[in-house]
Write a protein that binds this ligand. Structure first.
Ligand code: PEP
Ligand code: MN
Length: 339
């Protein structure tokens, strides 16, 4: 089992537990991270009452070692992962909160450059835009493909903003990796294990979105696929799940942020746009996400949402995004983060 100590646990409290464990024959492995100490204890669990151990001062949580996910677990790595994007941006581990913004789809160069300049001016640090779009209907706009990737590249050259874009298919991963700074695996593909392996090999940071019908554990197992290919630069994204509620497009599971912070060392990003489906709900959920501990947000912004080729109803206008940013900054400050 793993005993996770509270961040403020004292040396004496840690010793009290390790002594107790050793006395009853457990092998004890201490791991002192920057934030907290984790005690790995190997032995016969039936010889100890876990409830009494849990009650000792300084103990935060006792976790059995047999989680199905390993590399993504806090047991494996107690300290937070910092995902580096092009050596210009850090995500996670208390780094400033990263706001990713831009249109759902790349539609044309002029529109993307215009919105990219706007979101940059407001303080966004990453430009989003889909070139390969996972649409519910085969008759809906499917994205510009490689032309869209080229437009993203131009936007990056003009603004200096790294770009995040989705890979839908294993056959496109190599191509997308040439253009993108972050490869997005969309909600619909969260359990596409071939795709996960492929992005695991691509050597680029990955934004992995939670499937609308997936549990947190399933999301972590999908991340495990990417890490197991040797790519540790994974950001998890809560973007809403399907529940009985129909008012919103999805139910944004903000508890998942707090849960993931417990279970994994990977950064957590929240997408309030797909999480609500309605632009006027985005600001409240964006603020709530930061309060809940998110390391970043991904927000859809379009110059003219009423003309957007996808997800217009949930896209903010640049003015609304600009008004939101200082509010996000205040919330970040209130929870001890920067933005
Ligand atoms: C998107 O980011 O535009 C998108 C399609 O998101 P999701 O996979 O979360 O639906
Ligand atoms: Mn979208």
């Amino acid at each position: 089992m793993i005993i996770i100590m509270k961040p403020d646990a004292t040396e004496a409290q840690i010793n009290q537990i390790t002594d107790k464990l050793k006395k009853i024959g457990f092998g004890v492995h201490l791991s002192k991270g920057a934030e907290r100490t984790v005690i790995g204890a190997i032995g016969d669990k039936s010889t100890i009452q876990l409830e009494t151990l849990q009650m000792l001062p300084g103990v935060s949580e006792i976790v059995p070692i047999r989680k199905p996910y390993k590399l993504v677990s806090r047991e494996f790595q107690p300290h937070d992962t910092v995902v580096k994007i092009n050596d210009q941006l850090s995500v996670g581990a208390g780094s400033p909160i990263v706001i990713m913004a831009g249109p759902c789809s790349v539609e044309n160069q002029a529109g993307l450059l215009e919105v990219a300049a706007e979101i940059k001016k407001s303080g966004a640090k990453v430009l989003r835009g889909g070139a390969f779009k996972p649409r519910t209907s085969p008759y809906s706009f499917q994205g510009l493909g490689e032309e869209g990737l080229k437009i993203l590249k131009t936007a990056r050259e003009k603004t200096g903003l790294p770009v995040v874009t989705e890979a839908l298919d294993t056959r496109d991963v190599e191509l997308i990796a040439k253009y993108a700074d972050i490869i997005q695996v969309g909600a619909r593909n969260m359990a596409n294990f071939s795709l996960l392996k492929e992005v695991g090999k691509a050597g680029k940071p990955v934004l992995l979105k939670r499937g609308p019908g997936s549990t947190i554990e399933e999301l972590l197992m999908s991340a495990e696929y990417i890490l197991s290919e040797g790519n540790r630069n994974v950001m998890l994204c809560e973007r809403g799940i399907r529940t009985l509620e129909t008012y919103t497009r999805n139910t944004l599971d903000l508890a998942a942020v707090a849960v993931m912070k417990k279970l994994t060392h990977l950064p957590v990003i929240v997408d309030p746009s797909h999480g609500t489906g309605k632009w006027d709900l985005v600001p409240a959920m964006a603020k709530a996400a930061i309060a809940a501990g998110a390391d970043g947000l991904i927000i859809e912004v379009h110059m003219h949402p009423d003309e957007a080729m996808s997800d217009g109803p949930q896209s903010l206008k640049p003015e609304t995004f600009a008004q939101l940013m200082p509010q996000l900054r205040s919330v970040a400050q209130a929870v001890g983060r920067q933005l």
